[in-house]
Design a protein around this ligand. Structure first.
Ligand SMILES: NC(=O)c1ccc[n+]([C@@H]2O[C@H](COP(=O)([O-])OP(=O)(O)OC[C@H]3O[C@@H](n4cnc5c(N)ncnc54)[C@H](O)[C@@H]3O)[C@@H](O)[C@H]2O)c1
Ligand SMILES: O=C(O)C1=N[C@H](C(=O)O)CCC1
Length: 261
């Protein structure tokens, strides 16, 4: 029997790319979609609802969420409480949010998979940065996104910084609280103390999402950079891989990298 999918954000940028990919996959079945603008209609034969709460009346296995940072937590919570596995593509949630969702998922005996970036090359960028940070102490992140992106850092930058904070060696740069001038120009900190990672979020027209890790050592420097193009195509395969796999565990797992091995 195909895996029954509810897709929230079905008429958004990523959602519109996922709909035909789900239709083309014999093992996946779009049973309901969530889109406030087109509620009451159908997408590929699936009923469209205005809210995730309404869509959950349709029997399903997995909720895929590509909505907005301010609603994704409530959507994921409702789906977990209803006993569905969840795939989170939407950005905006931090480690504490995922700890809360993990407790709910475990209580319900279902899985949640979230990735700040479901593209394969962005995931490789994360993997290469984590490897490099084992050898080079000083690392900072610069990310560039569209002028209207509501969240900062991006899901990509947050996931990378949280993972880096777990593995990095203590930086040699001057502690930010000793900086003279405007310490906030040293970026936002993810992690604490010697393990914190500085993220600098640029927002302006012309960017989709680009992210750089800069690793500096005396008299040399390594930059690892990912640039996303203008279509949502890079996120489709990883998202559907997560939907297929998320029934295989209980609780929260994060990062496309952990699905690749
Ligand atoms: N993880 C990844 O690989 C990845 C890739 C691309 C985008 N994203 C993230 O996914 C999210 C969506 O991105 P997008 O570019 O498709 O955005 P978008 O604005 O094009 O689409 C979001 C959709 O969600 C709908 N929506 C808003 N509030 C809603 C609600 N309360 N209930 C249901 N639907 C609601 C909007 O109407 C819209 O159709 C963003 O947070 C973005 O950063 C993640
Ligand atoms: O366009 C966006 O918004 C994107 N968001 C993701 C993020 O927050 O990291 C990644 C890809 C594009």
């Amino acid at each position: 029997m195909p895996l029954r999918i509810i897709l929230a954000g079905a008429t958004g940028w990523v959602g519109r790319a996922l709909v035909p990919a789900i239709a083309a996959a014999p093992d996946l079945d779009l049973v309901a979609a969530v889109s406030r603008a087109t509620a009451g209609t159908e997408i590929d034969g699936a009923p469209v609802f205005a809210t995730v709460g309404e869509a959950l009346a349709v029997p399903a296995d997995v909720l895929i969420d590509y909505t907005k940072p301010d609603v994704v937590k409530a959507n994921a919570t409702a789906a977990l409480e209803a006993g569905l596995a969840v795939v989170v593509g939407t950005s905006g949630l931090d480690a504490d949010d995922y700890a809360g969702l993990d407790a709910i998922a475990r209580a319900k005996g279902v899985g949640l998979h979230a990735a700040g970036n479901f593209s394969i090359t962005a995931t490789l960028m994360k993997r290469f940065t984590l490897e490099a940070a084992r050898y080079v102490a000083d690392v900072e992140i610069i990310e560039y996104a569209s002028a209207g992106k509501p969240d900062a850092p991006s899901g990509t930058g947050r996931e990378l910084a949280e993972a880096l904070a777990q593995v990095r060696r203590p930086a040699t740069s001057r502690p930010v609280d000793t900086v003279v001038g405007l310490p906030q120009t040293r970026g936002g900190a993810i992690g604490t103390g010697a393990n914190e990672v500085r993220v600098h979020a640029v927002r302006m027209p012309s960017f989709s999402l680009a992210i750089e890790s800069i690793l500096g050592a005396p008299d040399e420097r390594l930059t690892i950079r990912h640039d996303a193009g203008s279509s949502a195509a890079p996120y489709v395969a990883g998202t559907l891989l997560a939907a297929r796999k998320v029934g295989g565990w209980t609780g929260v797992r994060r990062g496309l990298d952990m699905l690749l091995d």
